[in-house]
Design a protein around this ligand. Structure first.
Ligand SMILES: C[S@@+](CC[C@H](N)C(=O)[O-])C[C@H]1O[C@@H](n2cnc3c(N)ncnc32)[C@H](O)[C@@H]1O
Length: 246
């Protein structure tokens, strides 16, 4: 198996208004279409929510949300089954534009953009929940193409914070294997720029395989049902459901 190697991605070091970054974020939507990400997320989220005590997650947090467009496409597909969701989009760059928020409003979802480093949230220095209630739970936390940015140790602390503050968690990440690595080298075929081409290869090297995320999920965080699996041609998913709230 290819060893996991985490390296800084080019997009992460570019300013939000850098033309190469703007183009690469548009490319990301094309990458999601070729990865089938929306369908993978929809399947994962709806099947988890079906067994959840609330059935419809009301309070949802996406970490490393980027411009929020991927979750918007999911919200549009979930309407009208998931009305009135309160969504917080966390990213360390301010990337969500007004029209995206307006489109969320059209499906009845309220959006709050939170610009901070996710590890400020892990450290407790950023309180994302209204009323400053530290024990309040997110119904659902989602991460997409995000966890692979981190080495195992910080990732374990991020997963612990997630387990302490949510009832459901779903992540869709790059799968790390030879087929996916070959695919990442050919991504230029879909017309993406040099930043996206470079980052795609780095993402696969930093991606996941087998039960690597399960191994990092906290054991002391209460009773959870966890599953980790390959999805589509290029994705690796992890889902966790808190059992006592079902
Ligand atoms: C590959 S993009 C994925 C965006 C979106 N989830 C998607 O799938 O389209 C990763 C995102 O994570 C954000 N990011 C990276 N490190 C972060 C950190 N430590 N805290 C918060 N956001 C971070 C970047 O700004 C970027 O928008």
């Amino acid at each position: 198996m290819i060893p996991r190697i985490v390296m800084a991605e080019a997009l992460d070091d570019l300013a939000a208004d850098d033309p190469d970054a703007i183009r690469s974020r548009i490319d990301l939507q094309r990458v999601h279409r070729s990865m089938g990400t929306r369908a993978i997320l929809l399947r994962g989220l709806t099947s988890m929510a079906t067994g959840h005590h609330k059935a419809i997650p009301l309070r949802l947090l996406e970490i490393g949300a980027g411009d929020g467009s991927l979750m918007l496409s999911v919200a549009q597909a979930l309407t009208p089954r998931w009305p009135a969701v309160e969504l917080t989009l966390l990213d360390r760059q301010a990337l969500v534009d007004r029209s995206t928020i307006a489109h969320y409003a059209q499906v009845g979802w309220t959006v709050v953009e939170e610009v901070c480093d996710v590890f400020e949230w892990v450290a407790g220095s950023v309180d994302l929940l209204p009323g400053g209630c530290p024990t309040a739970h997110w119904d659902l936390i989602v991460a997409n193409l995000f966890l692979h940015h981190f080495e195992d140790q910080p990732l374990a602390s991020l997963l612990t914070a997630i387990a302490n503050q949510s009832s459901l968690f779903f992540a869709c990440e790059p799968r790390r294997d030879w087929l996916d690595l070959a695919g990442s080298h050919m991504i230029g075929a879909i017309g993406v720029n040099h930043v996206t081409r470079e980052d795609s290869v780095l993402s696969v090297h930093a991606g996941f395989n087998g039960h690597e995320l399960t191994a990092l999920w906290p054991k002391q965080a209460g009773a959870w049902h966890v599953q980790e699996y390959s999805a589509g041609l290029f994705s690796h998913c992890f889902r966790a459901e808190r059992l006592e709230l079902n």
